[in-house]
Design a protein around this ligand. Sequence first.
Ligand code: ME8
Length: 501
Amino acid sequence: METFYVTTPIYYVNDVPHIGHAYATVIADAMARWNRLMGRDTMFLTGTDEHGLKIQRAAEANGLTPLEQADVTSSRFQEAWKSLNISEDRFIRTTEPEHHKVVQEFILRMKENGYIEKGTYSGHYCVGCEAYYTEDDLVEGNCPTHEKPAEWLEEDNYFFKLSEFEKPLREWIESGAIQPAGKASEALGIVEQGLDDVSISRTSIDWGVKVPWDDEHVFYVWYDALINYVTGAGYASDTEKFERLWANSHHVIGKDILRFHCVYWPAMLIAAGFEPPKQVNVTGFLLIGGKKLSKTGLTQIHPDDLIKDFGVDGYRYHFLRDVSIGADSEFSYEHMIERYNADLANTYGNLASRVVTLVGKKLGGTAPVPDPESPLAKLATEAYEKASEGWTNFTPSIALDSVWHLLRETNAYLGETEPWKLEDNSDEVGAILGSALEVLRIATILASPALVESSKQIWEAIGMPGSPDAQVMPDAMAWGQYPGGAELAQPKPVFPRLKAE
Ligand code: ME8
């Protein structure tokens, strides 16, 4: 069976979850759900990044031990993902003993292959990024991301010989592994500027994974963090499963961590004797007032604050449909309302309730079967093909738009054929409404990676047995499978219209 392995970044536990973190998580979740529908053996990993100076300092500030800090915040991420219907197969925490073991084995393999050596390191360090910067990277002495002064650090380190990987990295990037293309160019630019060896261990802190051959050192948090993707795929517990999943690994990341995922990580994998990731999908930032969400700007909206107004599916749909992956996008509450009303209330919800009402009025409530020759059949096939292409290309907005195109066309088809004017219980009315129900069956399956709950409600409202997310593709897409015969009752509106206040 084909596999699909998808991961989110693992989130630092110094910060509480906000809609910026949820952004990549919802995208990865929808990709996992789509691939499960496609019958692939799918594994979806998310989790929390719990080591490093940033966490140690946050714990100190809160009067907690680092592990207490991690326990509290990690569970907040787990709760947030539950309220967003995130369907991870595993939630990894980098403080797990299994992960420590995998990190040690992984880096030992890099060392045995001759890619780790000892040296001294000094540089400008930003605790916010947990990263060293060169003089040129800094903006008036400040970290370019956090706009705060970087600290001067000097220490004995183990180094990873990244400089030896320019050629394989270039080949990997040129093979199309990074989406979208603009981000691949950015990664290629970094490699072409020339790569220095990088420091991978620290002696100045002890909150981390110990270097197995020298316990004065812990691994620098980023190297331990990246290896979570290997731990999460079952490297330590099930080699055969790990190999199957790793051959089809897909990371979803934000653009700020491109260097780590598109340069350091593939090189580390090659150094340890593994394949680099199959695909890295890079998102832009979600902005408020032109800036990344920030604690100081009071713009760190928690997903629950929006779920209470839009419902979980209104939330998920907006972020999947309105985001152009790779580019930054400005968050707008007003736009979120417009999108909800236009697509969910007025298009999808309206079509479902309109068709069910007409079945009641014109056919005594008994669902008809679709017309094998319906003009909607071709549109449904096209919608499936475009949706499939959209998910494969990591463009959820295109995937969903193709489904909404089908729904809009079906609403228009009802306007043109005017079944309400035709004779009650006639074959003609049956053919039109049966075909509209068949569109609803198909569109509901296609929408289910985004609309987890409401797709089930609409599925039930059109009298379908089982659940849309349990259907098997592509078989479920063949026109004409809506069975008819069910007694349909007018459902409560699934997407009540929202007002702007
Ligand atoms: O970087 N818009 O963790 P993190 C879009 N632990 N994405 C955003 C965002 C926003 N406003 N704010 C945050 C780390 N993110 C590391 C990752 S992976 C092995 C280790 C995204 O909690 C950000 O771009 O600081 C990043 O991809 C992710 O949240 C994690 O951020």
